[in-house]
Design a protein. Structure first.
Length: 310
């Protein structure tokens, strides 16, 4: 039996509650396929569109005088709750449908520790929330101290830092649940980012990349395999060009060479490959796989996806 951490993209889960529940059910089929192959599964997920929608709703409510602005850590916690609820319900339903109702499923609120001195805090780059014209954005910068940038000709948006994860606050609980044979859904949206000050942890306005958070979780729980499920079957060089080349099985050194060659988009495939490399680097007994949700079981058997090894 292999212990596997699966990272699901937030964009793969839809843009409305109804759409998300339906796509969660599709994801559950692939997850239960891996369970029926005899594997122990831990699930992480993104929250890209969902947390933005939550934050935007409070922004609009504040503009209309009917709601307060909501801090970003609380928005991430809300997204963890309702995405986790949909995934938990969907996986549980799929297990019951296949006669595995003895396997419990739990979604766990997760705080991910970051370093307050991470350079990312000096250079916020992750856009969140709604779009504003330049005058409104400058007023908000003056009144809130937040940073806003012009985003691809669509308007001005707030940007927040994206620090690297260094620990998981609930790691003891996480390991206890896994050891008890439960399917755990954790590190939603990269986790709620927290820093340690004095004698307690504080939430900070930031977004942790969910693939880095999932890789950190995979390391902490002693996973054998880390799978990132995305929209493509394999990593490609020269993506969407006439000379596109699929990669089936590569080493960390080869991945780093391709990264240096500028083959992967910073906001798309690059962090996935970096997270996959981080999990396996200097460890002979681990592997990472990047592949499509629909072909997860094939990817595990080497028939699809890109495998990254030391």
């Amino acid at each position: 039996m292999s212990k596997i951490v699966i990272a699901l993209g937030g964009n793969a889960l839809g843009n409305t509650a109804a759409e998300q529940l339906e796509k969660s059910r599709l994801a559950a089929k692939s997850i239960v396929d891996l369970i029926e192959m005899g594997n122990q599964i831990i699930v992480a997920h993104g929250n890209g569109p969902q947390v933005g929608q939550i934050h935007l709703a409070f922004e609009q409510g504040n503009k209309n005088g009917i709601a307060p602005l909501m801090p970003f850590p609380e928005c991430t916690a809300m997204s963890q709750g309702y995405i986790g609820y949909h995934l938990q319900q969907s996986i549980d339903e799929e297990l019951e449908a296949r006669g595995h109702d003895e396997i419990p499923v739990i979604a766990m609120l997760t705080q991910v520790v970051v370093d307050e001195n991470d350079p990312a805090f000096q250079n916020p780059v992750k856009p969140v929330g709604g779009y504003y014209d330049e005058a409104a954005a400058k007023t908000l910068m003056q009144t809130t101290g937040d940073k806003y940038i012009e985003d691809s000709g669509r308007g001005w948006r707030r940007v927040v830092p994206s620090p690297k994860p260094i620990d998981i606050y609930e790691k003891i609980t996480l390991k206890t649940l896994i050891d008890a044979g439960q399917i755990v859904i954790a590190c939603g949206g990269g986790g709620i980012p927290v820093v340690y000050r004095g004698n307690r942890y504080y939430g900070v306005d930031a977004v942790i990349d969910k693939d880095f958070a999932a890789a950190k979780m995979a390391d902490l729980v002693g996973a054998d395999i880390f799978i990132i499920l995305t929209a493509v079957d394999r990593i490609c060089l020269n993506f969407n060009k006439p000379n596109q080349q699929e990669l089936c099985d590569i080493t960390v050194a080869e991945a780093e060479k391709y990264i240096a060659g500028g083959h992967f988009a910073p906001g798309s495939m690059l962090p996935k490959i970096q997270a996959a490399c981080m999990f396996v680097e200097n460890r002979e007994n681990r592997k990472s796989i990047i592949g499509s949700l629909e072909k997860a079981s094939l990817a595990l058997n080497g028939q699809s996806g890109t495998t990254i090894r030391q």
